[in-house]
Design a protein around this ligand. Sequence first.
Ligand SMILES: O=C(O)CCC(=O)C(=O)O
Length: 403
Amino acid sequence: MLVLRAYALASFAALSASRAPIEALASTQVDDELRAHFECAARCASMPESDRAILENTWRSVGCEEGGPGAHPICGSSMEQLCVGACGGGQQDMTTWLPGAFGSRSPGIAEKQIGGFAADYEAHHACSARCAQEGVSVDAAGPDAAERALETLNRCGVVQLVGAYELTELDRFQRAFDALKSKATAYKKLLDTKQLHDGRSQVYLPFTTPFTSRKALGVGDLVHGVLAKYFRTSGMGFGIDHASVLVSASHSGNQSLHPDVPYFKGLTVSVHTALRDVTTEMGPTYFCPCTGEALIREDWPSSAAIKMSILKRQDCLASSLAPKLTRRGTITVYDGAMFHKGLENGSEQDRPVLKLEVGADDFPDRRNYIQLASASAKKQTLKFRAALGPPLMGDMAPSSTEL
Ligand SMILES: O=C(O)CCC(=O)C(=O)O
């Protein structure tokens, strides 16, 4: 079986197909820690059924079968991810727990596999260096904007569509949001100060006009076409997960580096519209381009090893990207599996962003991001999901998504 068993997803081959040519790269050493992480992942990727059964028992014992991904932190994980988390954590004696993959009679890993990882690691450096140096902006009004945006999103994991949200439309959104803010009771019911960290808060949008159209949420035809193609690569439709306005308050701190979903690439995508110009001082979002776990079995051990080392070091392993100026109306689209963080907002101004998250097929329900939200926020979000669900975020006609 080629694909890691998680959510019975289709092949992600095209998502990870765009690799920079290895020969053009500067040499990048695989250190002992990375090598150990790769060894964990490579062993986990080829574990026998007997080990898988042990992991599945653990997974069931915490209520994942009945409760879905929200029931326990391990419930959204594939067995390979559980295995690699335990192995990388170093607290479990893997040789006795999963003897098939780690015991004295296990096949182990070959030098050839380490060589393959070294090449993948170099490719990761080259990929992120290109994204950081060339940037990830695409002029929404420029020629071939949709193709360029999709190519950048696939290659870097993030793209910024400059001018994608028409400014007079954004004024209308802002007026409606200000009106919501003035209704103190309703606003408070939709406010979430718990789920986001380090001085960020969000207000879930109510399912009322003008917020009910996908365009008002940042998904005009250009973004819609890009998202449709991005999810279609893996054979999936997409729909809304939740919509809110996120505020990084003036003087809020540096976030820790995180992915929004601790799973694979291609399951959730964030669509952030800048509601005002974002300067370096206001702490833009900082990305580790080309990160996130690949779903196809051949690519997964390398991407998982890189992810584990990023988590441990709390920094990108290769080049990072933090746009110096993001103009109001720019829409930043990024895969939720990619590592990122909001930087410290050292300015005197809040940094508000219209934050839409979309997910593959039934993934938003399975992920259950809103489980900690207020009753009002849940109710409104479920209305959005019913109206703007898969296969094409409320649209039924595939022709409307052609690029
Ligand atoms: O503040 C940002 O730019 C990113 C926010 C974010 O990623 C989060 O709160 O999860």
